[in-house]
Design a protein around this ligand. Structure first.
Ligand code: BTN
Length: 249
């Protein structure tokens, strides 16, 4: 039987992503996960901080791949799909959706954020990837200009969802998507992501202030935006804002 991936559990830490980086530098054995009950300096995408009290999930996985950093970015989609799998038993599936690139939404509000960081490994061609996942289980912290949600407000039954109980299922699902990615490439992940995503076909705005129709997700995970002048541009970084406008037919 394959041993489950090891989890190091901290009551308090600055950031589980930062701890993973320290562990890489100390030469620890991979893969492993770091779980913290509370983060004093949680980090989000685009240099933001990630806030939250005890009761939410703060975890980071540390893996080593031979895929180059650009390909490793595809793992953010694997993580988002794994979050959907892990929380589906607790809420109605149609309440969950994926927002490009890696957010998981519950009733259209942010339930989960994912912070992917990669570093060159000690061996030639080795790429060490940290997959940081924050899921709002018990409360929804405020994020500027974003609606947030937590699982406790929408769960089907009155059971409490503890981070340490959810994490093994999340890891199992993440590793399932990673195996699919390694064996079949990004295409099945792209297909599953598109089946669960929101905003496709709608008018969106990007953090670079480009406005257009979210036409497709490309084979490399980039978003294809069709602007009013008919030109299509590829968006591979930043974030998008859903304007609620549907494409005119
Ligand atoms: C985002 O901005 O949407 C990404 C948020 C990622 C937060 C998680 S919580 C666990 C891990 N440790 C961190 O410091 N950040 C990530």
């Amino acid at each position: 039987m394959v041993e489950p991936t090891a989890i190091r559990h901290f009551t308090e830490i600055d950031s589980t992503n930062s701890e993973c980086l320290r562990l890489v530098n100390s030469g620890c054995e991979l893969p492993l996960w770091v779980l913290a009950d509370y983060q004093t300096n949680g980090r989000g995408r685009l240099n933001r901080s990630w806030l939250g009290q005890k009761g939410n999930l703060y975890a980071s996985g540390l893996y080593s791949f031979t895929a180059p950093p650009a390909k490793s970015a595809e793992l953010g989609f694997a993580a988002a799909l794994a979050v959907i799998d892990a929380v589906t038993p607790f809420v109605a599936n149609e309440q969950l959706s994926l927002k490009w690139p890696n957010d998981v939404l519950l009733n259209g509000a942010k339930l989960c954020g994912i912070l992917l960081e990669s570093h060159a490994g000690k061996q030639q061609g080795q790429n060490v990837v940290v997959i940081g996942i924050g899921i709002n289980l018990s409360h929804a912290p405020e994020i500027q200009d974003r609606k947030t949600a937590c699982l406790a407000d929408f769960r089907k039954a009155e059971q409490s969802i503890q981070p340490q109980n959810l994490l093994p299922d999340l890891i199992e699902s993440f590793e399932k998507w990673v195996s699919i990615w390694q064996e079949q490439g990004f295409a099945p992940l792209r297909q599953a992501w598109i089946a669960n995503c929101c905003g496709l076909g709608d008018t969106i705005r990007t953090s670079q202030e480009d406005v257009g129709i979210f036409e497709d997700m490309q084979k490399n995970g980039a978003l294809l935006l069709r602007k009013a002048d008919g030109k299509a541009i590829e968006i591979s970084a930043g974030e998008i804002f859903l304007t609620g406008q549907k494409e005119q037919t």
